[in-house]
Design a protein around this ligand. Structure first.
Ligand code: ADE
Length: 477
């Protein structure tokens, strides 16, 4: 990912970001910070970039021309996601950081003096963002704050894969308190549960402390968290049918867009997937209406912006499927059975040599996986969720997590089939997810008897109802 910072103080940006984790990520080629001096683009022979505001008032404004030309030097005719950092913007949040981390190029425009001529903002800016309700002397510090928060979400920048999953703001909860050695310091003891080795009790204790903290310090976040918990409890009445929606919410991946009676609509921005379930035809109509409204909101109000990539609907009712085909021209992709692993026990893994795959395995994945393109496989590798089974140090099969959170992408080479390699791969992936306190699940095409049998053999429960996957077509824009 490349950050292009348009600024009057490029040295400030270069120096501050050259150190520590972000600096190392630059050295490793995972991100690049490209500071562009707006002053280099002025046509004024004295190097001036500012002038008095029409109508009077204090201070000077940065003029439109140098900003526009500096932008064009980066964009070269393309339309790039361009953030103007300003106290007048939308508040910067972890969710916004996650969304912006999906961009390949991000332009950050830093203001100074009293601001920038409105006309150039209208031409190039896509997002107005503030880092808080206070006024700084310029946009460089806010731009660097944003770069730090976004860059650490770029796959590979943090070497600890799970830390981005458990930290503050994940799932609307603040992080729990942490302790290290010694056990006793200044008469204060480490809570005994943390020394117990009981993984489940530790998880529970941590969740309780997170909830307490969030309720005390951030009632706004806590209210959102409680809403999600309420929806999860309701969905759990038919857990095998709804595990995908529950997990989307529990893993902090998705937003709850609608929740009334037994009708629920969630959306995961990362994968562009809507999950929908209704209990009546009327309820289904309301969901479709809500979806239409959500899609029609202007993007600056935080609306969903499908853009170029394909979006998906996953629905629990056939009538909902028909409505989505009629309303949005969605395309029927397949009928699935859902399977989930709810036991607390880790599964035995017979095959011993299973390892996480990295970018060096991309060609192998592309050559053997028929249902996804190279870009998707690259994304899955970068997310760190692809695992391979090796036989005598040679890759013989793989499995992974799809971007919306289900297990899949399973492949085993012909000569190694019927030897339990697929079962080992899935058992391994299940165990990894149980360590995160997730409930592993997968969607199997209803006619794939071999895979359905494998799920039952491993101890997964199959849903009695079906799930329909639809590729979203035209949106009502
Ligand atoms: N520029 C000056 N103050 C700012 C703030 N709080 N957020 C973003 N940009 C700014």
């Amino acid at each position: 990912m490349v950050f292009h910072v348009l600024t009057l103080f490029p040295e400030m940006v270069r120096q501050a970001l050259g150190a520590s984790i972000i600096g190392r990520a630059m050295d490793r080629g995972l991100i690049d910070v490209h500071a562009v001096n707006i002053r280099d683009y002025t046509l004024d022979k004295h190097g001036k970039v500012d002038d008095y505001p029409y109508g009077g008032g204090a201070g000077m404004l940065i003029q439109a021309q140098p900003v526009f030309d500096a932008y064009q030097s980066v964009a070269r005719g393309r339309k790039l996601r361009t953030v103007y950092v300003t106290p007048q913007g939308r508040p910067f949040t972890q969710q916004m950081a996650r969304e912006l981390s999906q961009e390949e190029d991000l332009v950050l425009l830093c203001g100074h003096y009293e601001g920038i001529d409105e006309r150039v903002l209208q031409e190039i800016v896509t997002d107005y963002v503030s880092i808080g309700d206070y006024v700084l002397t310029g946009g460089e510090l806010p731009a660097m704050v944003m770069i730090d928060a976004i860059a650490r979400l770029v796959p590979g920048v943090l070497n600890n894969e799970t830390s981005a999953q458990t930290e503050s703001f994940h799932n609307d909860l603040l992080e729990y308190p942490q302790y290290s050695r010694p056990v006793l310091w200044h008469d204060r003891e480490v809570p005994s549960v943390l020394l117990s080795g009981n993984h489940r009790e530790i998880q529970e204790w941590r969740r309780e402390r997170s909830e307490e903290r969030t309720a005390a310090v951030r009632p706004d976040l806590y209210a959102r968290y409680q809403k999600k918990q309420k929806a999860i409890r309701k969905l759990s009445l038919h857990k095998r049918e709804h595990i995908h929606i529950m997990e989307m919410l529990r893993r902090g991946k998705g937003e709850l867009l609608y929740d009334k009676e037994e009708d629920v609509l969630t959306y995961d921005r990362e994968s562009g997937t809507f999950y929908m379930t209704a209990s009546t035809v009327e309820g289904a109509y309301r969901l479709v209406e809500q979806l239409r409204k959500t899609l029609l909101l202007p993007p600056e109000n935080g609306a969903i912006c499908p853009g170029e990539r394909s979006e998906w609907f996953v629905v629990n009712q056939e009538y909902l499927k028909e409505m989505l085909i009629d309303t949005f021209g969605a395309e029927d992709f397949g009928t699935c059975i859902q399977a989930c692993y709810t036991s607390r026990e880790a599964l035995p893994v017979k095959h011993k040599d299973i390892r996480r795959l990295d970018l060096s395995h991309l060609d192998y994945l592309e050559a053997h996986y028929e249902y996804g393109d190279r870009e998707y496989l690259l994304d899955r590798l970068q997310a760190g969720t692809m695992y391979g089974a090796f036989v005598e140090d040679r890759l013989a099969g793989f499995i992974g997590l799809h971007d919306e959170g289900s297990m899949g992408l399973l492949y085993v080479e012909e000569e190694y089939r019927r030897r339990g390699l697929g079962a080992s791969l899935e058992a391994y992936l299940i165990n990894r997810q149980r360590e995160l306190d997730w409930t592993p699940y997968c969607h199997i095409m209803e006619n794939n008897r071999e895979s359905l049998a494998l799920q039952e053999k491993l101890g997964l429960y199959l849903s009695s109802g079906k799930l329909w996957w639809l590729r979203a077509g035209r949106f009502p824009r």
